[in-house]
Design a protein around this ligand. Structure first.
Ligand code: 1GP
Length: 233
């Protein structure tokens, strides 16, 4: 997990969704910087383990975004621990992480663990409802970003629009604010043009759903994200 600050593009695979061997191969050999395994619904030890086994044929780094303690599976290159900053329930910021450390603290290899400060901005997203989020205003998002960097020193701040394309102006404002913390943007990237736009602003773009809807469009986002950051549109 040492080189995460060098990532531009990651694919997020949902263990609860079906992907053919051919599409999985295309995703893994696409030139993406890493595969994140994660999702909100139906994540089990079995489906995470099955997907990891298939991914292990490829060289691409694979990290597990832990959404359910029961699904923590050994063998990943790293573990992302979400902390949902705009949740109204401290369970999603502190309590489940506390439980996980209490149970597995002796076994955790801390250098492979990265915490992500999530700010969820699509009220229709499953993750928004599941983690009982409130919709922050722009000034609130800015404050969360500042807290992530200056108060909590989180390695990652994640603007999560899962399922819908976000507001580039807001992403730009947050990107300008963060220096040490890596900015992830995820949500609704379905085309090369969108990938170019968001990757010119955020450090890392996360591409999810389109993998399952249009594999060619998904693959086209990789090269777009590899353009120089000041390339723009
Ligand atoms: C979801 O941010 C990722 O957690 C990617 O979003 O599935 O909308 O591409 P999409």
């Amino acid at each position: 997990m040492d080189n995460m600050s060098e990532w531009d593009h990651v694919f997020k695979l949902d263990p609860n969704k079906t992907i053919t061997d051919q599409d999985l191969q295309s995703v893994c050999e696409s030139g993406t910087d890493a595969i994140i395994v994660g999702g909100t619904d139906g994540i089990t030890f079995e489906n995470v383990h099955d997907l990891l086994e298939r991914l292990q044929s490829y060289d691409v780094p694979c990290v597990l975004e832990v959404s359910d303690m029961e699904a923590i599976t050994p063998g990943f290159d790293g573990y992302l621990i979400p902390i949902v900053l705009n949740s109204q329930d401290k369970k999603w910021m502190l309590d489940i992480q506390h439980q996980a450390v209490k149970e597995y603290g002796d076994m955790i290899d801390w250098k492979d663990m990265v915490t992500e400060g999530y700010c969820v901005l699509n009220p229709d997203a499953k993750v928004f409802q599941h983690t009982d989020c409130c919709l922050p205003k722009e000034e609130d998002v800015l404050a969360y970003a500042r807290m992530a960097e200056h108060m909590f020193h989180l390695p990652v701040f994640y603007l999560e629009y899962s399922g819908t394309y976000g507001d580039p102006e807001l992403v730009k404002r947050i990107a300008e604010e963060l220096n040490e913390t890596t900015l992830f943007y995820g949500g609704g990237i379905h085309s090369e043009k969108q990938a170019l736009e968001m990757s010119a602003l955020a450090d890392v773009i996360v591409v999810g759903n389109i993998i399952y809807d249009n594999i060619e469009a998904a693959l086209a986002t990789v090269q777009a994200a590899k353009q120089p950051k000041d390339g723009g549109l």
